[in-house]
Design a protein around this ligand. Sequence first.
Ligand SMILES: [Zn+2]
Length: 321
Amino acid sequence: MDESTLAAGASGTVGFLIALVAGAAEAPKAVPLVETWPVGVFVTLLGLCVGSFLNVVIHRLPAGKSIVWPPSHCPLCLALIAWYDNLPVISYFVLRGRCRRCGSRFSVGYMLVEAATGLAFLGYWLAYFRLGLRDGADHLAVYAVHMVLAAALVASGVIDYERKEIYTSVTNLALAVGLVGSFLWPDVQRVGAFDHRLPDWTGWARADAVLLALVGAAVGAGVIYVTRFLGSLAFRKEAMGMGDVYLMAAVGGCLGWEAAVLIFFMAPFLGLVYGLWHLVRKRDSEVPYGPFLGLAAGIVMLVQDPLIAYFRPGIQAIFFQ
Ligand SMILES: [Zn+2]
């Protein structure tokens, strides 16, 4: 190899590197901050912490205890749990699910609630901001309202599963966030609305969004209430609790009436599998419905657009002639 080829190679390499740097400097188009991975990591950590708080709600609310005081402690020896032993998911594995002081076992449920909430926050961030599964859902307000609802559904689902009770203080909080969120950011309702358009009822988008949220809450509560009424007539016993009515009011208020209807029809299929298994194993036909309404809501939050597209001709024929 002589000097000229060496010089040519070197200049070629330098040229390539310059082009690379220049290209890199030009290449990144303005990616919205919310779509960047640090935000993805942040919402995952936020979800883990929210899950940790949901555990407090899940265990203290039915016991009639304050959810802010006292701080986390071992239910057996009452020792306060230090912050480094209270890290979501991680501490469960570090301590192998036991109290550091007395060694009593903590239920794996704590860790599962934290992990599920963290994964939900990450999953919907991916779906809304990175994959664009829902038209118009790449909006922080939409994501925030949906995650409040998701958190309420996790807490309600677990409490209903364990105690067959739903707390309206939890569901009504989510409904309130849906109504206030719709007023502040009408996009919250636009995402769930048919064709992603708000109706023009009052000429003021904020008022229209709140009215649409109320329609969603009424439809969500209404479908369960009517089913409950008919079920009571048919089986001479309570078919669904009033808690499910409130739960679906929150779902309809946050996600819109179309989502509420889709969830109403999807939940029985999810519940049926568990119900049959439960009937065979425990000889108990009473199945909590809240977890399946919540599960169906979680699925519809991801696939509402394709589902609506699929049912669109039928919906238009019925409602928009
Ligand atoms: Zn202990």
